[in-house]
Write a protein that binds this ligand. Structure first.
Ligand code: NAP
Length: 403
């Protein structure tokens, strides 16, 4: 982590996953900042997976040098949508990696899921500052990604609002003076639901987050609280504080985005409205600040901040994540991949809500029977662990669907 790197006011920018929730917020912010001349930027590349229409619209507005669509079959659609421009077009996973490898100072890593790993690594290996939204990268390959960032001399700038909050108040020069990190959680849409109610939860109910507007996968993760579990693992990679000193606290108003407790008992927090443009802005101009159009906190209106301990009985994902980070090795990558497969099956109507954690726990137990490496230090090891967990999870989903 290079927390002392100097400010750049002109930045060449790439947005990986520009058509998603984070990607759209990033471009919205760039449009806002450009109008005010606070941050000068030029766009190097934009990428998406299937959404040709939005990618083309973004490209026509922001004029990047290169755009890539993940689905190879959509190459011609993207080309024709950009006819008459001189924007280069690529398609397929290799083109997404090419976008990441192109010369940009700042790369927003906002592809969802493990698909974001290779492109993010490419950008990190080139020495770009990485605005990291994709939490799955650190969960399944934290050692590999942080080593790549360090070796190439870039900065890892967390976008996830909790880690971004901690990043803003964490004393990287004196980490031994920090006694506790407190990750706050909204509690998601099922915070007050019983397990019996959750057993019949539908995808539409699960993605209806009370405070944040996000992509479908992370919204389901917020409903199971796996999102907080993934964030626990993510935090253990970003901050030099042992995972045993990282706590999770439910805070339904989502005003305090996380806190750092120092050895003298002082607790420093970062607060704001639940709008991802605030953390994105803080990484965009870092270590400087740039204005964001996000709504300001009205403390009189907020009036009350409440807190409660998370319930591990109703939200077993927290226990699975805590166990995985304690065991290390293949377990965090296994947790992530199994959860990804289970969430997709739930969103497609093939798995019940409570079975998301059930499938993930089953896969972790299967993997525990074998002796995987104590640490995943190469991309190949990460990919192998990820693929094995996906295979086992797909089998478990199929078995439950057939039952
Ligand atoms: N949304 C939030 O507020 C938030 C907050 C904190 C962290 N995060 C993290 O940020 C990441 C992005 O979240 P999101 O909510 O923005 O997700 P999202 O709305 O689902 O967007 C995902 C983006 O990734 C692209 N994509 C999906 N699969 C891909 C593949 N196989 N290859 C290449 N590109 C692919 C999508 O393209 P298409 O549009 O073409 O499908 C889209 O641009 C996630 O890791 C999430 O956990 C999000």
């Amino acid at each position: 982590m290079n927390a002392a790197k100097s400010s750049k006011t002109a930045r060449r920018i790439t947005v990986l996953g520009s058509t998603g929730s984070i990607g759209v917020n990033t471009l919205d912010l760039l449009g806002f900042a450009a109008g005010r001349g606070e941050v000068e930027f030029e766009l190097e590349a934009l990428t998406a997976n299937k959404n040709v229409a939005l990618l083309a619209e973004q490209a026509r507005k922001f004029n990047p040098r290169f755009v890539a669509i993940g689905d190879e079959a959509l190459r011609d659609d993207l080309k024709s949508a950009l006819s008459g421009t001189d924007i280069e077009v690529g398609a397929g996973p290799a083109a997404i990696e090419e976008a990441a490898a192109r010369d940009a100072d700042w790369v927003m890593a906002a592809i969802v899921g493990a698909a974001g790993l290779k492109p993010t690594l490419k950008a990190a290996q080139r020495g770009a500052d990485i605005a990291l939204a994709n939490k799955e990268c650190l969960v399944c390959a934290g050692d590999v990604v942080t080593a790549a960032v360090k070796k190439a001399g870039g900065a890892l700038l967390p976008v996830d609002s909790e880690h971004n909050a901690i990043f803003q108040v964490y004393d990287f020069d004196r980490p031994h003076r920090i006694s506790r990190l407190i990750l706050t959680a909204s509690g998601g849409p099922f915070r007050t639901w019983t397990r019996a109610q959750m057993s019949t939860a539908t995808p539409a109910q699960a993605v209806a987050h009370p405070n944040w507007s996000m992509g479908a996968k992370i919204s389901v993760d917020s409903a199971t609280l796996m999102n907080k579990g993934l964030e626990l693992i993510e935090a253990a990679h970003i901050f030099p504080t042992p995972h045993s000193q990282i706590e999770i606290l439910v805070h339904p108003q989502s005003v305090i985005h996380s806190m750092v407790e120092y050895v003298d008992g002082s607790v420093l927090a970062q607060l704001g409205t639940p709008d991802m443009r605030t953390p994105i802005a803080s990484t965009l101009a870092w270590p400087d600040r740039t204005p964001s159009p996000s709504a300001r906190l009205d403390f009189a209106k907020v009036a009350t901040l409440t807190f409660e301990a998370p319930d591990p009985e109703r939200f077993p994902a927290l226990r699975l994540a805590r166990d995985s980070v304690e065991r290390g090795g293949v377990f965090p990558a296994t947790l992530n991949a199994a959860n990804e497969v289970a969430v997709e099956a739930f969103l497609n109507g093939r798995l019940k809500f409570l079975d998301i954690a059930g499938v993930t726990e089953h896969v972790l137990a299967e993997v525990q029977r074998r002796n995987g490496p104590a640490r995943l230090t190469t991309l190949e090891e990460v990919v192998a662990a990820d693929q094995e967990a996906r295979r086992l999870a797909a089998e478990a989903v199929a078995a439950r669907a057939a039952a």
